[in-house]
Each structure stands twice: as structure tokens, then as C-alpha cells.
Design a protein around this ligand. Sequence first.
Ligand code: SDX
Length: 438
Amino acid sequence: MTASDKFQTQDVGTARLTYGDQEIELPLLEGSEGERAIDISALRKMTSLVTLDEGFVNTGSTRSAITFLDGEKGILRYRGYPIEELAAHCDFIEVAYLLIHGELPDSEQAAAFRSGIRHHTMIHEDMRSFYNGFPRDAHPMAILSSVVGALSTFYQDSMQVDDPEQVEISIFRLIAKLPTIAAYSYKKSIGQPFMYPNNDLDYCENFLHMMFATPAHEHMIDPDFAEALNLLLIVHADHEQNCSTSTVRMVGSSNANLFASISAGIGALWGPLHGGANEACVSMLEQIAADGGNVKKYVDMAKDKNNSFRLMGFGHRVYKNFDPRAKIIRACCDKLLSKLNIDDPLFDVAQELQEVALKDEYFVERKLYPNVDFYSGVIYRAMGIPVQMFTVLFAIGRLPGWIAHWRELHANPGKRIYRPRQIYTGDTERKVVPIEQR
Ligand code: SDX
């Protein structure tokens, strides 16, 4: 299939809408996995009606050929490859190439992609002074979003969204520099000198080096940690039209440059209902552990409609079965903790919480299962990654997915700026009363 072929859906008939004395027919479309949609592109022209769908629970924003999810069956595939196979046989850079270019790289393509990334791992020396301006306790997601947005000020020669060469070098710069920007934010928070990237190391090793080495000592990188990080980045790499990816597409649809679009996606990911849930989940597990491990108390709180408390790391808009990523991460967690003989009470609390919740009618009837954020924090803790950096690691993993969707948006012959409609419910027309009379 050529790239443009991948935007094709099949016409499989029509859906009939009756409205007043009108009866209209709307095209029924079907994707490659049998998903069906009503094409409402002509609805307003035909009926003056728009649709309303808070949170877009029932609304597709685009055709896409990047990632397929089946929430009922707990299926996740990147470009047709099951996540379980990619996690078992590939490294993160191969998966990044797959998401962005649509095929797994051969050895030559992989070598060229790695080399392109390796040449851009440092940030401009003037960018290092940005960090002096942030308060010591600045959240690293705020730093990440700010510094990524500022990359556009240093690379004004590669901002044109319709120039493939400028887009390609921006992709290398983003994938290469995000770990550096992230590690520098951690060093800033602990008052240690920044560590330059070491391009003799692979992607995950280099990040761990920049995070934990100091000029006074070379950090011995644990291969188990590098392997676990590689797997975590793979399972976070894409997830179709999630909140942050839709944000990247929204911003990109105005033809804003790639740096600005990714910076906006980082902001959306930060929210505790989205990527911020991994940080919130570990804080919740710590609270439960400190409260005598009384998981039933917290399950009951999560069920109480008068209580805003939710089980972080539980539930999902699409998965109404086990999140396949949670299964992979949990297995990795188990293996890593036992291999390193780490007895993390939070892992025990997490497993007990899962057991209690999955037996509880409230969670069963709502099909609430652990999601990608439920166990990831336990692994990050085992690696010595501080809690505030968890969502930053999610961003490093999700970057290739964001880039792939941004490119797909621009490759789409039907691309239009995102501009949803609304239903106005405010005041009807009224006259201004002069202030003296108000
Ligand atoms: C990610 O979209 C993606 O793909 C996201 C992601 C990705 O890879 O990009 O998978 C990453 O963001 C995973 C989700 C991380 N967020 C959390 O773990 C936060 C806790 N989970 C929830 O807040 C919630 O489940 C969401 C935000 C994930 C989903 O929200 P929805 O789809 O809007 O569901 P909802 O809020 O309408 O909930 C449906 C019902 C409600 O009860 P009723 O009104 O039907 O009585 O389930 C309840 C909710 O109160 N519910 C929960 C719950 N999640 C949903 N109750 C308690 N604890 C929870 N975690």
C-alpha cells in the first residue's frame, strides 16, 4: 500500500437519519480492521445540524494507519505488529522508525537512523542557561515543554512543515535531545552538574548515564535497567488518538512547526488523568502503604461518588479489558524486582489493590482494569528514577508516536485545520447598560 492508500476506508453502505420531515443518508465507512463509522462531513450542509459528543467518546477525528487498538479484546498493534512481539524482539529506536516510517528498518536503515540521532544528542550551549532561570523545584514536565518549544528558536532553519528535509532533521533533533533535556532537568533539581551525552552508548544507556553519572564518577549502567527502560519506552510509544496525540494533531493542523506541536503534546500528557497518572499512581500506592496497606479502604473511596478519589492507573477510555501494556510491564516488574532481589512494598500493594479491585462489582461492571500507568512507576522506582520524572519518561516514549501522527496529519490529502463546532448555551442578545446605571 502506498502512503496515500493508507487513508482509504471502504464504503459499506449508508446510515439513514430522520430529522423532521427530512430523511437523509450518510455514508458508512469501514477500516482495515472492520471498524465502522458514519461519515458526517456533509451533515451540517444537509440539515444545519451538528453533533455533540463531550470528550469525543463516540467521535473519530481522522483515518489513521499507525496504531490499532481493540479495547474489548485488549489488542494493541503498531503498524500491524502486536505490542507483545515488538516488546520481545525490537529495541525502542527500531520501533520509533516503524511508527514514523511505517515499516521496520533493515540493518542499513536502522544504522542510518541511529547515526542520525547520535549526531544530535547535545543541546546548544546557550540552552543550558535556560535551566538557571527555572526554580530548583520546577516540575520537569514544565521544563520539558518549555525547552522543547524553545528548540524552534535555535533551529529556525528547519521549521517548514512542508519541507521533508527540514522535517527529517527536526525529527532527529527531537528524538536525540529529549533525553538530554529531561536528564538536565533532573540534574538541575538535585544541584548536580549536567552530564553531556556519551554517544558511544545506546539510547537507553545514554539516558541513564546523563541521569546518574557525575564528573566525579562514571555510573555503572545496570543492563537490566537499560533493558527495562527500552521495554517501557516501547510500550509507551503510541496509542492512536489519545489526549496528547490529539493535541499534537490539533496544534499541527494549523501548520505550527513540529517543536511547537510536540511542546503542546507534553503539556497535555502532564495531566494526572493522562500521562501524569504514573506519578499520581505511585503517590497513591505510597499513601496506601503508609496507611497500613488498607487497600479496601481506598477501593471503597474510589467507589464513593461523593469522593473525588480515583484509583490512579486504573480504567481507560478504550480498554474495557486488561491493557496489554500493563501485562507486559507487570511481567517486567516481577522479573526485575526478583532478579535484583528488591522487595518494594509498593509492588505488593499494587498487586493486592489489583486483586481486590478486580473482584469488586463496581470495577467489574465498569470494566475498569489496570492501565499502562499502574505498574510502570514501580519499575522506575527500582531504577532510582524520582517520581516527578515518571511522566517525563512517558513523554520520551511517546515522542515517536506524536511525530508519526504529526507527519500523517500533513500527509493526509484531506487535511484541514481542527476547528470543532459547539452548542451555545449562554445569554441571548442583550443591550449594554452604561456603567453609571449598572
Ligand atoms: C493514559 O487514551 C489513551 O490511550 C491514554 C493512554 C495512552 O497511552 O495515551 O492509555 C495513557 O492516559 C492511561 C489512563 C491514565 N489515567 C488514569 O489512570 C487516571 C485514572 N483513570 C480515570 O480517571 C479514567 O479511567 C480515565 C480518565 C482513564 C478514562 O476516563 P473516561 O473514559 O472519561 O471514563 P469515565 O471518567 O467516564 O469513567 C466511567 C466510569 C465512571 O463512573 P460512573 O459515572 O459510570 O458511575 O468509571 C468510573 C467513573 O467514575 N471510573 C473510575 C476510574 N476510572 C473510571 N472510578 C474509580 N477509579 C478510576 N480510576
